[in-house]
Design a protein. Structure first.
Length: 299
């Protein structure tokens, strides 16, 4: 059974977009995934996103995606929300992935804006509605025009918010003005999808974060969110500023690459990456160590 939730905070406040661990030969490491999931939840995550971009979803098969959901639900599903990424640029494929994730035990779905084919807003509306209609699971939209090429306009968000199962949005648009309007008008629970903007988005009404740096600083993110929601803005700001080197360092190159590099430094499961992603160079690893140390992360 999934952890309890409320309409205002449907997936908890702190979620990490989890990497997909692979073995040395590049195959799926389900044991490693379970150990990593347990570590992240023990560290303070309310939920995990699996099969997202940080989970290398473009290079995992549909079968591997289902296996991963089952394994993570088995490991932590009684104490954390397991949200499965099902977004593609093919609506039929996304519907299939949504149904497979539901069968595998996922507690919710993350569905990204269709990428590369640049649909109009009506196409986005029909795509997300089709995915939401496919299962009984709650849906978090994922608005990231830097990757997809097309933003979800506020007007489209308002329409989508009328669907009973579309309950949240992961915002990686980087536009606080648009976020402010959308939070005020859509009724959706808002999650920061950009670690550098976690605190600013909380300030305009976000309820939580979907983080990459949660792989290394979950406790600090929880302290930041709890300080802000508790009214201690000064403490939240202090934590935000202390974490700036981590936010910067974890995105000097692609976030999956640095996340797996940071996990390796901590002796945690991650393993290699699948092409076209490649591991950190020696120089990049040393820079990551400096960045993490500057942010107070003990390696």
């Amino acid at each position: 059974m999934a952890p309890t939730s409320t309409p205002e905070i449907p997936f908890g406040r702190i979620l990490t977009a989890m990497v997909t661990p692979f073995t040395g030969d590049g195959s799926l490491d389900l044991d490693g995934a379970q150990r990593l999931a347990a570590h992240l939840v023990d560290s303070g995550n309310d939920g995990l996103i699996v099969n997202g971009t940080t989970g290398e979803s473009p290079t995992t098969t549909d079968g591997e995606k289902s296996e991963l959901v089952r394994a993570v639900v088995e490991a932590v599903g009684d104490r954390a929300h397991v949200v499965a990424g099902v977004g593609t640029n093919d609506t039929r494929h996304s519907v299939e992935l949504a149904r497979a994730a539901e069968r595998a035990g996922a507690h919710g779905l993350l569905t990204v804006t269709p990428y590369y084919n640049k649909p109009p807003q009506e196409g986005l509306y029909q795509h997300f509605t089709a995915v939401a209609d496919a299962t009984e699971l709650p849906v978090m939209l994922y608005d990231i025009p830097g990757r997809s090429g097309v933003p979800i306009n506020t007007e489209t968000m308002v329409r989508l918010g009328e669907h009973p199962r579309i309950v949240a949005n992961k915002d990686a648009k980087g536009d606080l003005g648009r976020a402010s309007w959308a939070i005020a008008t859509t009724g959706l629970a808002w999650y920061s999808g950009d670690d550098m903007l976690n605190l600013p988005l909380l300030a305009v009404g976000a309820v939580g974060v979907v983080s990459v740096v949660g792989h290394v600083v979950t406790a600090e993110l929880r302290a930041l969110v709890e300080a802000h929601t508790g009214g201690d803005v000064a403490k939240a700001t202090e934590i935000h500023q202390r974490l700036l080197p981590v936010f910067t360092g974890m995105f000097r190159t692609q976030g999956v690459i640095t996340s797996k590099g940071a996990l390796a430094l901590q002796g945690l499961p991650g393993g290699p990456l699948r092409l076209p992603l490649v591991g950190l160079t020696e120089a990049e690893t040393e820079q990551l160590k400096r960045d993490l140390a500057a942010g107070g992360v003990q390696i």
